[in-house]
Every structure is written in C-alpha cells, then in structure tokens.
Design a binder for this molecule. Structure first.
Ligand SMILES: NC(=O)c1ccc[n+]([C@@H]2O[C@H](COP(=O)([O-])OP(=O)(O)OC[C@H]3O[C@@H](n4cnc5c(N)ncnc54)[C@H](OP(=O)(O)O)[C@@H]3O)[C@@H](O)[C@H]2O)c1
Length: 343
C-alpha cells in the first residue's frame, strides 16, 4: 500500500480509503438498499482492510442513521486495533431526526453532531471532519468559525469539504485565511469514469490550494464494476437497481465499460479493478474511497492497487470518457494561445 500526504498536512493516508456506507442499513429505505452489513461482517472487512495496509476509514453521521459509526467504533474495540494508527473521517450536515435544528452547518448543529458522532464511534476525537454538503441557509462564516472552534476543542484534528460548489470552497478558504482560522485540508467529491465533472473547477482549485482529493463512488455506485452491461442492465443484486445513484449518462457508461472490458481481459483482472485503478492514477487524487457489499468485492477492489495502465490504455479510456468542452474553459484555452510567440 502506498501512502500520500493529506493535502498541506504532515499526515500520511493510504491511497485507498475504506468507505463504510454499506454498514448497518435496515430492510427498508436507501441505507438498506446500499448495504446491511452487521458486526461480524464489519469486523471481517475491517480486519481485511487494516491487514492490507489501509489506515484511512470514511463514515458519516447519516450512514444508516448512526449505525455505520456505531459498527465501525465497535469493530475497532472488537479487533483491538490501535486507534492512533487509524485516520477516522466522519461528516456533519445531514438530517438525523425531526428536530428542526438536527441538520445543517450551524454552529449549534456542528457542535452537537460532533459529540453524537464521538459517542457512537466510542472515540475521543475525529481525525477528519467533513461538511457533508452545502447548507445554503447558514452563513459560510458561521460554519467556518464553528469548524475552527471545534478543532480548538481537540475533538477534531482536521476539516474538509464534500460536494460544495467551487466558489463556496474558495470563499470558505479565504474567510479562514483572513481570520487566521484552521483551513480545509481536503475535498471529497464524486469522481469516476462516468462522472469527471470535478475536472472542470474542483481539480484545478485543489492543485492551487494544495487540497487533497478523495473521490467517492469511484465505480459510480457499482455501475462500472463490470456486472452491468448493455445486454444485462439488471443483473439482479446490485444496489443501483433499487437506488439509482449517482446520476450518470448510462449510454456513455456502456461505451466506457466496453473499453474497460477489453483492458481488463488483457490484464486478466476484473473491470472494477481497472475502473478503480484509473481513478487512483488521476492527477491530484490522494486516496480513493472504495465501497463493498461483500468480502469478495472488497478483496477484488483491493487488488486494484497492483494495476498500472499504459499510456495507450489511458488514452483509450480518456477518449471514451472525456468531458465535453464547456465555457469558460474553452475560452480560457483559446485565449491562452496568445501567450506564446510563434517562432
Ligand atoms: N461524501 C459523499 O457525499 C459520499 C457519497 C457517496 C459515497 N461516499 C463515500 O464513498 C464510499 C464509496 O462509495 P460507493 O459505495 O458509492 O462506491 P462505489 O465503488 O461506486 O460502489 C460500491 C458498490 O458497488 C458494488 N461493488 C463494489 N465493488 C464491486 C465489485 N468488485 N464487483 C461487483 N460489484 C461491486 C457494491 O454494490 P452492489 O453489490 O449493491 O452493486 C458496492 O457497495 C462510501 O462508502 C462512502 O464512504 C461519500
């Protein structure tokens, strides 16, 4: 396992992060469709990832309404893992009850949510706290100040952002900078061969600000695992059949899967491994957050770190998955032409 620095910090995280969204779902609803893993399976998966050298684990308060955090925390106890060898990330924002204030990025909810997460995780601090998405009703300044203050309490070591538009990230970073507050160290966004949108604004922003990039749903919710094809759109056991998320262009995805299929045959590996390898190899990616519903899927996905893709393979994948040009990036590219003098 390789380790990369977490943005502009001295902390090393494994190039694969283990996502725990499949932990604890009940029969009904979104979380049940994503995964229903209970303690015994969770412990086996946690042992497998730690044995593979993964030191970075991703959960959220909302995953199975707190069950994912509980199962993760208990697995650390059950397996006798050294908590200080793990970088535990969780999130705040999503609604946890019908209480009007039990949601969002207010100072009130950030402080209450962190205490609730720590209790469920059975830990005394969170290594990385993400805001899980935008809260357009709370002033950004209130959120950034509360995040700074929660770091000062010692309950949280570092802060990061999921799913915010680029302008909001940059505004928040500027507010933190101006006030001498703790700045954000990383960005967690949907990034896969079927969702390369972050290449427009987020990837350049991350490079400029030295922010880590943590792709979520690198298989587009399983769509790029190889089990969905044009001729078999409903293999029967995949979560996308009940919970069709994240939104992707499926016709384009089938073209991508065809290319991945050829490359996976040449390497004698699964389509999922090639799709994950591509994400891992992209510029700015610090750690890819993998998900698995079974131990076999997990073992398959872990092998993706052994794969290197040739220039020719990367070119073929790029050709079939590249984003259409969008304004103003095409105008920037065009206008930059005059910065060079033709000899
Ligand atoms: N910040 C955010 O907003 C956000 C959003 C989503 C996820 N996340 C994080 O990212 C992590 C990963 O997301 P994800 O679960 O959506 O990732 P993903 O890799 O896109 O999808 C994982 C799912 O694909 C299927 N799968 C995985 N490996 C497979 C294989 N080798 N062969 C066949 N099927 C396979 C499984 O579902 P089926 O068996 O049901 O098909 C598995 O649960 C989550 O656990 C969470 O920590 C964050």
């Amino acid at each position: 396992m390789k380790y990369n620095f977490l943005g502009n910090t001295g902390v090393l995280v494994s190039e694969i992060c283990f996502g725990t969204m499949t932990f604890g779902g009940s029969e009904e609803g979104i979380w049940g469709n994503i995964g229903r893993l209970q303690q015994q399976e969770v412990n086996l998966m946690m042992k497998t990832v730690v044995d593979a050298g993964i030191n970075f684990i991703d959960t959220a308060n909302v995953y199975s309404f707190g069950k994912s955090e509980e199962l993760l925390g208990q697995s650390i106890m059950d397996l006798g893992l050294n908590r200080n060898s793990l970088i535990i990330a969780t999130k705040v924002r999503g609604r946890m009850s019908k209480d009007v204030n039990d949601v969002g990025l207010s100072r009130l909810n950030i402080f209450q949510s962190v205490d609730a997460s720590l209790k469920r995780l059975q830990l005394d601090h969170i290594d990385l706290l993400y805001v899980h998405g935008a809260d357009l009703f709370t002033p950004i300044e209130e959120t950034v100040r509360a995040l700074n203050d929660i770091v000062l309490t010692g309950k949280v070591r570092y802060i990061a952002i999921c799913n915010w538009p680029a302008w909001m990230v940059m505004k928040a970073q500027g507010i933190a900078d101006k006030n001498g507050w703790n700045k954000f160290v990383g960005l967690q966004y949907f990034y896969s061969l079927s969702g390369r949108d972050i290449e427009r604004e987020i990837v350049p922003l991350a490079a400029d600000q030295n922010l880590a990039i943590f792709p979520w749903s690198p298989l587009a919710g399983g769509f790029l695992s190889g089990k969905y094809t044009r001729n078999n759109a409903t293999p029967g056991d995949g979560r996308r059949e009940k919970f069709d998320f994240p939104p992707i262009n499926k016709e384009k995805a089938y073209d991508i899967i065809d290319v991945l299929g050829d490359i996976s045959k040449a390497h004698n590996v699964s389509v999922a491994q090639v799709a994950l390898a591509w994400v891992r190899l992209q510029k700015g990616v610090t750690s890819t957050i993998i998900g698995a519903k079974t131990i076999d899927q997990l073992n398959d996905n872990l092998k993706s770190t052994d794969i290197t893709l040739s220039t020719d393979e990367l070119k073929k994948i790029d050709e079939v998955s590249t984003l259409p040009k969008e304004y103003p990036s095409w105008m920037v590219e065009r206008q930059m032409g005059d910065r060079f003098i033709k000899q």
